[in-house]
Write a protein that binds this ligand. Structure first.
Ligand SMILES: [Zn+2]
Length: 350
């Protein structure tokens, strides 16, 4: 399909871009960023399992990835302490947000949404994931007051090498689409690019549980007074077997994670069990986050079938769902904070 073809062509370009960006400095914000966090929350007790999983990953990546020489050479240095994760590279995140916003509005049924999917897929592929584009249909409707056509979008599913969806794992997601009048720098290029950056870090330093990263198509509502939404994540959940569904320990949606507000919102669905959101906050330090409830993103699709789910982000901002949602509304320190919260949770998983 066209999206796949574009993704393949884009991959080599993105590989060069990421290789360049990896050498760029990380801007440290006033609040804790990912680099300031410890590589694992319990170094002594986790040393064995971390070393084991990083050994496996190094061996695998040496056969599947040739993007960096350091990845390949790390396979020859075992046994050794688990490598520190590279810092969260906010310059790479900002660069990706600018690229996505420059594509213009990305309604789920638009060619621009396909271009965004290809871009995100290339970034995840370059990070070392096996990426699958899963097509799904979306209905015609009204999105934020504008008529939108029926069409096809995709879920971009990125699995680490050797991933078995029937074994315990977690899912991290961010939506690909925008409303028709917005270039969507904050909503939701911010979530996509923070996800891609943490995916890169996770691939370099896998934790105790595998992470499946998914860019979901068609999150924005297409009618029903805002109730017809999250098509991609609902399709993803509906496609899971019972064994796959019960293997998901938790799901986190990144949706609008770059508008400045010192504590990162960590929301659970009102009335649902908040234990996942509580665990994220505990892993990241409660002071860096604030508790909230939210039922307006892809995490709801998971919570509805009993999978613990939470959303990072949702700070209100004047440019919301407008043509003014451009890269300047996104704050690098906030992007780093959101990335740090997600990273701390992934590192805390056992
Ligand atoms: Zn959104």
């Amino acid at each position: 399909m066209p999206v796949r073809a574009r993704a393949r062509r884009g991959a080599s370009i993105a590989a060069v871009a990421v290789a360049i960006c990896l050498t760029a400095g990380t801007k440290a914000g006033p609040a804790p960023d990912a680099r300031s966090l410890p590589p694992a929350s319990t170094p002594t007790s986790s040393a064995t399992s971390s070393a084991t999983s990083s050994d496996t990953s190094s061996a695998t990546s040496s056969t599947t990835s040739s993007t960096t020489s350091s990845t390949t050479s790390s396979a020859t240095t075992t046994p050794a302490p688990p490598p520190r994760a590279e810092g969260f590279d906010v310059a790479t995140v900002q660069d990706g947000i600018r690229t996505l916003a420059a594509m213009g509005p990305r309604d789920a049924a638009s060619p621009a949404s396909d271009r965004a999917a290809s871009f995100v897929a290339a970034r995840l592929r370059t990070a070392g994931y096996r990426v699958t584009l899963v097509p799904l249909g979306v209905p015609a409707g009204v999105s934020w007051g504008v008529r939108v056509p029926a069409g096809t979008t995709v879920d971009v599913v990125a699995d680490p090498p050797g991933f078995d969806p029937t074994r315990p794992h977690v899912v991290v997601g961010a939506h690909l689409d925008t409303v028709p009048q917005s270039p969507g720098a904050e909503d939701n290029a911010s979530g996509l690019m923070v996800m891609a950056e943490v995916a890169r870090m996770t691939r370099r330093q896998p934790g105790a549980l595998p992470v499946r990263f998914v860019a979901f198509g068609a999150e924005e509502a297409r009618g029903g007074n805002g109730t017809l939404y999250a098509f991609g994540s609902r399709h993803f959940v509906a496609s899971l077997t019972g064994a796959e569904r019960s293997a998901i320990r938790g799901m986190v949606a990144l949706d609008r994670v770059g508008v400045r507000a010192a504590p990162v919102p960590v929301c659970h669905v009102a009335g649902a069990d908040p234990s996942l959101a509580d665990a994220i906050r505990a892993a990241a330090s409660p002071a860096a986050t604030r508790a909230c409830t939210n039922k307006a993103s892809d995490h709801v699709s998971f919570q509805k079938v009993g999978i613990p789910a939470a959303r990072l982000g949702s700070v209100p901002y004047p440019a919301y769902h407008s043509a003014r949602d451009v890269p300047s509304v996104v704050d690098p320190a906030q992007l780093s904070r959101s990335g740090a919260v997600l990273w701390a949770w992934i590192r805390s998983l056992r």
